[in-house]
Ligand binder design. Structure first.
Ligand code: 13P
Ligand code: SF4
Length: 314
C-alpha cells in the first residue's frame, strides 16, 4: 500500500478510537476507504449495523442518502459524511414534490421506495426496500395492494417480473448501472463461454436477461465466495471488485464496460459520487466533526416509520 495511505489509515484509526467513532463504507468506495472502514456493507447491512454499534460518531463513507438513513435510525448519534456533494443520480431522479403529486393522483396506492431516495421521499413512503430485500418485502404485501414503486425503473421491472406484481413504476435510473454495454457483455460471454454473469438489479432488462445471478452488492459478493467457479463476469459498479478480490484472491473478476457516451459523465463503470470519499476527507471530517448530516425532525419522524417497517420485514 501507498505510504501516504498507510499513514492516513493509521491516523484515522487513532482519531476514531479517541472520538469513539465507527467508520462505515459501501462496497463501491475506493479500496483504501474499504481498508480503513470498521464495517463494509451494502445499503441494508449498513443501515442494520448502524443501529447495533455503540459509538458517539458514525462516519458514513458512501453517499448522502446512506448518511441520512443512519441519522434517521440513530438520531442521538453524530453522523458525518466525508463529502456533502456525494449524492446519487437515482435519488435525484425522484423529487418529493413530484412524488407527492403522483400520490395525490393515485390515492388508493401504497408507496414502496428504494432506499436510494431522500429523507423527504422516505417520509412519503409506506415501506422502504433495498436491492437485498425488495422481493421479500413486496411478497409480504397484500396480494391486492396497488403499489407505486420508485424511483428505480430497472429494479421495479425486475421485482415485477419475479413477484408477478404489476407495480406502477417511477421512471428513475442510476446513471452507472443503466449504461452497461449489452454489446460488450455479449462479446465477453462469447470470449468466456460458461462463465457466470453477476448483475445488480439496477441494470437494464437486456443486461439482466443475460445474467445468471441478479442481486445486491452483498449477494453478488457472497455468491463469488460460495461458488466453486474461478471466473465471473461482473455488471455493477467496479468498487465491489476490490472486496471480491480480497475475499477470493485465487478468482478472476471481469468487469462489464459501459457504453461509450461522448461527453456525458465518465466513461467508466465507477460511481463518481462514491469516489468522492477520500482518506484525506475522512480524516478531516472526523477531526472537525463536519460535514454532519442532519434531518428535519418532522421529516425524520415520518421517514423512520417506512425504514423501520423495512427492517422488521427483512
Ligand atoms: P446495494 O443496496 O446493493 O448496496 O446498492 C446500493 C447502490 O447504490 C447501488 O447502486
Ligand atoms: Fe446512486 Fe448509482 Fe452511485 Fe449507487 S452507483 S450511489 S445508485 S449513482
Amino acid at each position: 500500500m501507498d505510504f501516504k495511505n498507510k499513514e492516513y489509515i493509521d491516523k484515522i484509526k487513532e482519531l476514531a478510537k479517541t472520538k469513539n467513532a465507527v467508520i462505515f463504507a459501501h462496497y463501491y468506495t475506493r479500496p483504501e476507504i474499504q481498508e480503513v472502514a470498521d464495517f463494509i456493507g451494502d445499503s441494508l447491512a449498513l443501515a442494520q449495523q448502524a443501529t447495533r454499534v455503540q459509538a458517539d460518531i458514525l462516519v458514513m463513507c458512501g453517499v448522502h442518502f446512506m448518511g441520512e438513513t443512519m441519522k434517521i435510525l440513530c438520531p442521538d448519534k453524530k453522523v458525518l459524511i466525508p463529502d456533502m456533494n456525494a449524492g446519487c443520480s437515482l435519488a435525484d431522479s425522484c423529487k418529493a414534490s413530484d412524488l407527492a403529486e403522483f400520490k395525490a393522483q393515485h390515492p388508493d396506492y401504497m408507496v414502496v421506495s428504494y432506499v436510494n431516495t431522500t429523507a423527504d421521499v422516505k417520509a412519503l413512503t409506506d415501506v422502504v426496500v433495498t436491492s437485498s430485500n425488495a422481493k421479500k418485502i413486496v411478497d409480504q404485501l397484500p396480494k391486492d395492494a396497488k403499489i407505486i414503486f420508485g424511483p428505480d425503473h430497472n429494479l421495479g421491472s425486475y421485482i415485477n417480473s419475479v413477484t408477478g406484481r404489476e407495480m406502477l413504476l417511477w421512471n428513475g435510473a442510476c446513471h452507472v448501472h443503466s449504461r452497461f454495454s449489452l454489446e460488450a457483455l455479449l462479446q465477453l460471454k462469447k470470449e468466456n463461454p460458461g462463465v457466470e454473469v453477476l448483475a445488480h438489479p439496477e441494470c437494464k432488462a437486456p443486461i439482466l436477461a443475460q445474467s445468471d445471478v441478479i442481486g445486491s452488492t452483498k449477494a453478488l459478493l457472497e455468491h463469488t465466495i460460495q461458488s466453486s467457479a474461478k471466473r465471473f463476469i461482473i455488471a455493477t459498479e467496479s468498487g465491489i471488485l476490490f472486496e471480491m478480490q480480497r475475499a477470493c484472491p485465487d478468482k478472476e473478476f471481469i468487469p462489464v464496460p459501459p457504453e461509450v457516451t461522448e461527453g456525458v459523465g465518465c466513461s467508466c463503470n465507477e460511481c463518481e459520487y462514491m469516489r468522492m470519499n477520500t482518506l484525506e476527507k475522512v480524516y478531516n471530517c472526523l477531526l472537525n466533526e463536519s460535514p454532519q448530516i442532519n434531518v428535519d425532525p418532522t421529516v425524520a419522524k415520518k421517514a423512520v416509520v417506512s425504514i423501520e417497517r423495512m427492517l422488521s420485514m427483512s
